[in-house]
Structure formats: C-alpha cells, structure tokens
Ligand binder design. Structure first.
Ligand SMILES: Cc1cc2nc3c(=O)[nH]c(=O)nc-3n(C[C@H](O)[C@H](O)[C@H](O)COP(=O)(O)OP(=O)(O)OC[C@H]3O[C@@H](n4cnc5c(N)ncnc54)[C@H](O)[C@@H]3O)c2cc1C
Length: 240
C-alpha cells in the first residue's frame, strides 16, 4: 500500500512516520524547495510527547528543546510574580514531561528517521484525480504520482481540501486568540533560567509568553498570546 501525503509540515511528517511504523510506504510531497527554520517556539504536552516517542520521532527534539518543569507568569513592568504552577502532577500521572522548542527542531526530529526517498521537496500539489483503482496527484511541474490513498496535510489553506470540496470560508468558532512574537528575549525580564525552568513574563493574567532554547542552544522567540471569547483587540506592550 502506498500513501501520498500532500504537505511536509508537522502533521504530514508525523503521518509519514506513523505509517512507516505499521509497514505502509508513504510519499510526502512538500511544496517548499527545502525545509528551513520557519516558525517559532511551540510546546508539546505529555500526550504529544508520548505520540512523538511512539512513532520514533522524538530524538532530535529531546536534544534541542527545553523540559519545562515550572510555569510562571510575571508582570513585565515589575517582574512581580502573578502566578506559578508546576507540572509535577502530570509527570507523575503520565510519566512524561512538557517540552518547548522551535518548530524547525520538531520538523528536523520528524525528518531524521524518514528515508530520503519518502520526502520530496519542491513538489506543489495542484491537482488530484480519484479512479476506481487509485488516486493520482499532479504537481505544478506536470509530474504525476499515484497511490492508494491521499492525505491532505497541506495546512490551513489546504489545496487538497479545496480540490475535494471547493473554496470554503473559514468558520468563526467564537474563540479569539491574540498573539505576537518578541524579538528574542529582549522584553522579557526573566525568561529562561539556567536550570531550564521556564519563567513567563506577562502583561496580564492571560498573556503567556513562552521561551526555550532552540537548535544549537539559541533561544527561541518568546511568544505572547491572549485568548478569550469574542474578546476585544488589545496590543500587548511586550511585543517587540
Ligand atoms: C507561532 C505558532 C506557535 C504555535 N505553537 C504551538 C504549540 O505550542 N503547540 C502546538 O501543538 N501547536 C502550536 N501551533 C500550531 C501548530 O504549529 C500547527 O497546528 C501545526 O503546525 C499544523 O501542522 P500542519 O502539518 O497541519 O500544517 P503546516 O505546519 O502549516 O504544514 C503544511 C505544509 O504543507 C505545505 N503545503 C501547503 N500547500 C501545499 C501544496 N499545495 N502542495 C504541497 N505542500 C503544500 C506547506 O509548505 C507546509 O510545509 C503553533 C502555530 C504557530 C503559527
């Protein structure tokens, strides 16, 4: 069985690893000419860590990310502690930790165990055709690939979804998230301690920057976001 996966983001690469684990041959078609350090910091909670480990994609991630044991929210102006919590209870319950790192390191971790022939960059999917026997996928270069199954993992503006279901308007769920990125560590009063515990400076109860060391020990941009239901826009004064 051969599965074609459109899109080599975290979803597409994780799917490819999971398929190989059960003996299925994947082919990832990624439109970007190469995998590069696009993105920012992200955190993987214990459930994601368990899944990443199960599919064998955790090695590089564990080497480059930061284990987060303590979360703190602090006022940006005065560095005063607003709240703090530890992850001890979930570590005891699930036997796994919460980790923060850079998206590029997660991609590298997922890519590492995949044989080179499973992933094709510079391969933008522009068309598909379902036949009684297989599915055929066309690239913008005119090349065509066939497989038993096509997985659309091509992101928010999925071409596969559009080809299957037509253009669709995004549906407002009622949840509003405001987020932004700091220039690395500039505005954070206390970002990363040497013991790799995470301090989270905040402008309000709901603003939660996160920071972690990335590839080669470089720090990842702290990120700030504010979530609420139909909340009013607010510019966080910690944005760089
Ligand atoms: C700044 C930021 C922080 C985040 N933090 C977290 C976090 O802490 N924890 C967490 O779990 N999630 C986080 N997320 C969300 C998470 O990054 C996304 O949910 C996840 O990356 C989505 O993965 P994906 O593979 O579905 O899509 P994407 O990562 O968008 O990948 C889609 C891929 O498909 C490719 N593609 C697109 N069109 C085509 C085409 N026609 N043909 C071939 N290839 C194509 C794209 O080039 C891309 O590589 C964050 C997101 C952002 C933006």
């Amino acid at each position: 069985m051969r599965v074609i996966i459109a899109g080599g983001g975290t979803g597409g690469l994780a799917t490819a690893l999971a398929l190989r684990k059960v003996g299925i041959d994947p082919l990832v078609l990624e439109r970007a000419p190469a995998f590069s350090a696009i993105g920012a910091g992200l955190g993987l909670q214990v459930n994601a860590m368990k899944a990443l480990t199960y599919i064998g994609g955790d090695a590089h991630w564990r080497q480059t990310c930061a284990r987060i044991d303590v979360a703190e929210q602090r006022g940006l102006a005065d560095d005063q502690l607003i709240s703090a919590s530890t992850y001890d209870a979930q570590v005891r319950k699930y036997g796994e930790h919460y980790y923060c790192g850079h998206r590029a390191d997660l991609l590298a971790s997922l890519l590492g165990p995949l044989p080179a022939e499973c992933v094709r960059t510079g391969s933008r999917v522009v068309g598909l055709e379902e036949t009684p026997l297989d599915v055929r996928v066309q690239l913008d270069t005119g090349e065509e690939f066939s497989g038993d199954l096509l997985v659309g993992a091509d992101g928010l503006r999925s071409q596969v979804r559009t080809l299957l279901f037509g253009e669709q308007e995004a549906r407002f769920t009622g949840v509003v998230v405001w987020r932004g990125l700091n220039a690395a560590c500039q505005s954070a009063r206390a970002v990363l301690r040497e013991d790799h515990h995470l301090a989270r400076p905040a402008t309000s109860r709901a603003a939660v920057p996160a920071a972690a060391p990335g590839a080669s020990g470089q720090r990842v941009q702290p990120e700030c976001f504010r979530a609420g239901r139909r909340g009013a826009p607010r510019i966080l004064d910690c944005l760089g």
